[in-house]
Design a protein around this ligand. Sequence first.
Ligand SMILES: Cc1cc2nc3c(=O)[nH]c(=O)nc-3n(C[C@H](O)[C@H](O)[C@H](O)COP(=O)(O)OP(=O)(O)OC[C@H]3O[C@@H](n4cnc5c(N)ncnc54)[C@H](O)[C@@H]3O)c2cc1C
Length: 456
Amino acid sequence: MKVGMVAMKETDVVIIGAGLAGLTAAIELKKKKVPFVVLEARNRAGGRVYSLQKEDIQVDLGAQWISPHHKRMKKLLRKYDLHLVSTYRQGKTIYNFDGIIQQNTSPWPNMSVVERLDIWKMKKVLNDKSKSFEAKAPWEFKIAQELDKITVEQLINHHMYTSFGKSFYQLMLEEALCSKLFEVSALDLLWCIRAAGSVERLLTAEDLWIKEGVGTLVEKMARSLPGQIEYEQPVTSINSEFKETIITTSKQIWKAKKVILALPPNLLTHIKFIPILPVTRAQLNERAGLPSVMKMVFIFNKPFWRDVGLNGNVYSNEGPIKLTVDTSPPLKNKGVLTVLITGESARLLSEKTIEQRKQTIIENLVHYFGEKAEDTLNIIEKDWSAEEWTRGGYGAHFSPGVLSQFGVTLSKPVGPLHWAGTETATEWRMYMEGAVQSGERVAEEIVQALKHECKV
Ligand SMILES: Cc1cc2nc3c(=O)[nH]c(=O)nc-3n(C[C@H](O)[C@H](O)[C@H](O)COP(=O)(O)OP(=O)(O)OC[C@H]3O[C@@H](n4cnc5c(N)ncnc54)[C@H](O)[C@@H]3O)c2cc1C
């Protein structure tokens, strides 16, 4: 059939988005022999995963680290014969708390017994509260509804006594959430903790990274789907008024029985739905903006910080840099420092020119590592908020009131429309592991729905 000048193509399932969630769903449907196509807006697969080669080094400009507890990611790495590297931790970490800099060999900054107890008690509060509801549907629990009335900052202020303890959590959590603690609902953080298993797991999710780059993983996944991914096909409208659903991109028109939307909810507001989405679902999408994040990778002749007993790790609650990690490739002579800039700092840097941003971050690196930080071989950066098909990172975090009132719609199908993406995950939400889990869950949902329709 031809609509205007474009021939309409037909399949059983259209998957929108070739990020880890969409690719996983596609691979699962392929195993079950369900016909599908993946429509991807960009000219590449991976979404929030993006790697490139510079100075003979694989550079991850999006997602990078995995935790030893990411069982699905580890399984994928085994399947595609990729290798893990442990994050370099020998030597001292630099901590900057409100301008006071300390270096410490233990995984903890220096603190008094009272401050340590305060931090330990808060950790217990976070772990206990996260276990007071189920990760599958927090909004169904009265306690979760109460926790959605306050921010993370309010929760911490309520339970902590020492100003150092509060600064510690501010430093660790602002980087993880890419947001100020007053912006995010306590329930949102606790749901992430529940979905990861504990606060300790959440705060050590940067323990491992992939030697070949995460980009190699998504490339291999995409290559296992030859001819089944259509690139540069941003979906602009979905019409599910009739028995079959019509999906329109800027160049193609597809007819399908089911649609998987494997993209962050903020981007759903750019698709025209006919009929319009149920009010609560539409309002959820409108409240799901991604926070700002920028990643910069600095390549040096050698990891010079190791010579003076530093491990390359900086945690800071002030200045543009929130986190640096040594990602120097093993067995190569180069030194690589990966820098994460989040929230307000990322927004401010976004307004500067590329040269100004690089200079600002170099000055900040010199503050921590000395003048050798100026001798870069290469600097590569990505401002994820400026990416049309992402608009921020790492994932959507909700302000108070949203999850308890709209969260129920996150993964609830609407007619033929099924939702995936790390934001819908119930294990390791906002991580690559969560994206993969959501892809597996949605594929199973589709298989069951198609089976049910065959019977009717
Ligand atoms: C800077 C940064 C660092 C991160 N670090 C880590 C980390 O170290 N470890 C970790 O586990 N996680 C990390 N994350 C989070 C991780 O990247 C995500 O959780 C995961 O990649 C999300 O995958 P997804 O498939 O759910 O979504 P996405 O990767 O966002 O995929 C969605 C896809 O949909 C496409 N799309 C969007 N709109 C349309 C449209 N209208 N039509 C067609 N296609 C469309 C997009 O182009 C994209 O390819 C990081 C994220 C960022 C940004």
